[in-house]
Structures are given as structure tokens and as C-alpha cells.
Design a protein around this ligand. Sequence first.
Ligand code: SF4
Length: 251
Amino acid sequence: MASGAHVSSWARTSATRLTLFLAMIQSPRMSQYRLIYRALLSLYGEPVWQPRLGPVDELISTILSQNTSDANRDLAFGRLKLRFETWDAVRAAPPTEVVEAIRPAGLANRKAPRIQNILQMLWDEHGAITLEPIASLPLEEARAWLLALPGVGPKTAAIVLLFAFGRPAFPVDTHVHRLSQRLGLIPLTMSAEKAHRELERIVPAEHYYPFHLNLICHGRQVCRARTPACQKCDLHAYCQHSQGLSGPESG
Ligand code: SF4
């Protein structure tokens, strides 16, 4: 017993030391994050969460958005909704008709079967085309369930969880990835896939929605991919890219 108590006390002490060590490593980045978050709030305000699409619509729209612009995604989504009255009609349609409807989104021959497969899987699992059952699952189960769908990666899963269900998942799209690297919140070598977990550690869950949207605003208006306007950027003082620093170590 005495030995067990000793081991358990040692384990607690080690865990505390590890927590303190991690806090010491992370605190500069968290302090930097807080400055960036506040600067973005003063530039763009604080977006308040509201569902923009239903969960299935959000999922299909996000699949259409892969490797294309928002304008092309919206065009393809509108054409799909116009051509078919329900998601069940899309599920049962001849594949060539779905391909034709979503052609403006690009990669239509790849996206159409993915969409139809997903709709079929929802139908098989729930007897209806719905994502509502995942609303009551624990977050990681809901995420894993979405990730098991064809063509659904960490970004698409996080978008559905955050935007359709208001769950604490942080989507990393191309703007969020680029800005997080340039600002030094994640290493320059970190992939967008890995950045989801890393940013979920740094950003408080209640900030996921406003921080995601405000980073996108800044990425479109100021910190553009090829021509970042560093001279007039309000984040200049906190930005590792503009100061010629390399950002945190990877790994
Ligand atoms: S200072 Fe430049 S690189 Fe940094 S966030 Fe602003 S525009 Fe982007």
C-alpha cells in the first residue's frame, strides 16, 4: 500500500511538473495569441455564432468548396439545390446529373460520387438524410464519425461541428493556416491538418468562432497569400513574419 501511495504521489508530482513545463513553453505563444485576438476584435468586431446552413447543407457545401473559390462553391451549391428538391433526390439521381449540376465547383467527377456516397451512408445509418444524431455525441465521437465519411478531412469536420452545431472545433482553412504560420502561432512547417489540434490547444474554445472568422477577414483584406500588406497591418507588432523571425519550433 505504502509503495502504491508513493508511486501515485510521484506520478501526481510528475504530472504537475509536466503541466508547468508545458505552460512555460506555451505561455509566450498564448500571450501573443491574446494580443492578436484583441487586435482582430478591434479591427473586425466580434462575430456572434449563428447557424448559416443546416448540418447536411453545410457538409455538402464544404465538400464543394474543396480546391475552389467561395464564388464557385456557391454557384455549384445553388445549381444542385435548384436541380434537386431534396437531398434524397440527389442520393438517388444518375451520377452524371449530379456531376453536371456541380460542375462550376471543379473536380466534379470526384466530388459528385463523394456527395452521393455520403448521402447514401446517412440514409443507411439513420433511415433519413440527417446529421442531427451527431449533435448529442461527445465532441470527439462526433468528429470521428464525420471523419469516417468519404472526402471529409479535419477542416470539413470542424466546419460542420462549429458552424452547424456550435461545437468547439477550430477549422483551419487556407487563410487561417497561412496567417497562423506567418504570425508565429504554429511552425512554418506544420501542415493544415496538424494545425487543427495545435490551434485548438492555443485558442480558448469560446474564441474559435470569432477568431476563425476574423483571421479569414484579415487574410482576405490585408495578409493576402502573395501580397501581404505588412506596412499597413495592425498585427505588424506581433507578427513573426514581418519581423523576420522563424516562429516556434516544429515537432
Ligand atoms: S504583418 Fe504582414 S505577414 Fe504579418 S499578419 Fe500582417 S500582413 Fe500578414
